[in-house]
Design a protein around this ligand. Structure first.
Ligand code: OAD
Length: 248
């Protein structure tokens, strides 16, 4: 059931550029835990112990054990209807008409077929060497050695994710996309982690029509043109069927 709070539903115009920002909520129905809320990872673990550069320098094995556990969990998950709908939106609108920005590191957008995307918090399936910078994609679960060592120079490898206190990746592309969007979709994010949370604000100020999808209202709801409440695996496909442009 699609519950629309405020505003009327706007269809996508044939010439619209649509940009989407996704967060952990988009993968929740695939079985990937979110960060905040009742069962969120940050209820059970402290970000300061596991997701900062200093935590890694203090105890790389502990940090890697946590990422190895998350990799094992994510490896069992498949894209859900929300991921698949976003891949279909890209296919329909084409590479100039759609761009996806995700805070998720699980790779499920890519697995669903999305290609025009930037993973601003990195990718849990990549790792790189803290000394020589050697980078590799590795889907082994569990990893045979924790912490993994660089095959080139023997130094520590680190998870290919962005930690608190580090600069997110690809933000130039993300900011440019937000500034040029005609429609900006905010999907399954609490909207409290910066600079990602700035993107819908930038789009809104630049004149984009903002549509938010979440289970509940967030700080973004106050200025979104449409707020659609419900599980995104249901609401996003339903919205797309109604909002898709007539031709393109
Ligand atoms: P959060 O866990 O903060 O928020 C998830 C959002 O998704 C919440 O607003 C939920 O209400 C919503 N949600 C959950 N299940 C949903 C469903 N089935 N349908 C619709 N909405 C649903 O996750 P993020 O906003 O992604 O960063 O968190 C942002 C960043 O904080 C993460 O990338 C991570 C974390 O710390 C780093 O690790 C750097």
């Amino acid at each position: 059931m699609l519950l629309l709070i405020g505003g009327t539903m706007r269809k996508i115009d044939v010439s619209d550029v649509v940009v989407a920002l996704t967060g952990a909520g988009v993968s929740a129905e695939s079985g990937v835990p979110t960060f905040r809320g009742e069962d969120g990872l940050w209820q059970r673990y402290r970000a300061e112990d596991l997701a900062t550069p200093s935590a890694f320098m203090r105890d790389p094995k502990l940090v890697w054990e946590w990422y190895d556990w998350r990799r094992g969990l994510i490896a069992k998950c498949k894209p859900n209807r929300a991921h698949l709908t976003l891949a279909e939106i890209e296919q329909t609108l084409g590479p100039d008409g759609f761009f996806l920005i995700t805070q998720n590191v699980d790779g499920l957008h890519h697995a669903a077929g999305s290609r025009q995307l930037v993973e601003i918090h990195g990718d849990i399936w990549r790792m790189w060497c803290v000394r020589c910078g050697y980078e590799v994609e590795d889907h082994t679960v569990p990893l045979p050695e924790l912490p993994p060592k660089c095959p080139r120079c023997g130094a520590l490898m680190r998870p290919g994710v962005v930690w608190f206190g580090e600069t997110p990746m690809g933000m130039d592309r993300a900011f440019a996309a937000a500034r040029t969007a005609d429609m900006f979709l905010v999907i399954g994010t609490s909207g409290v982690v910066y600079p990602a949370a700035e993107l819908p604000t930038i789009a809104h100020k630049a004149g984009a029509y903002v549509v938010e999808f979440n289970l509940k209202r967030t700080p973004i709801s106050s200025y979104a043109d449409e707020v659609i409440l419900g599980p995104v695996g249901e609401t996003l496909p339903e919205w797309w069927e109604k909002a898709r442009p007539e031709s393109r």
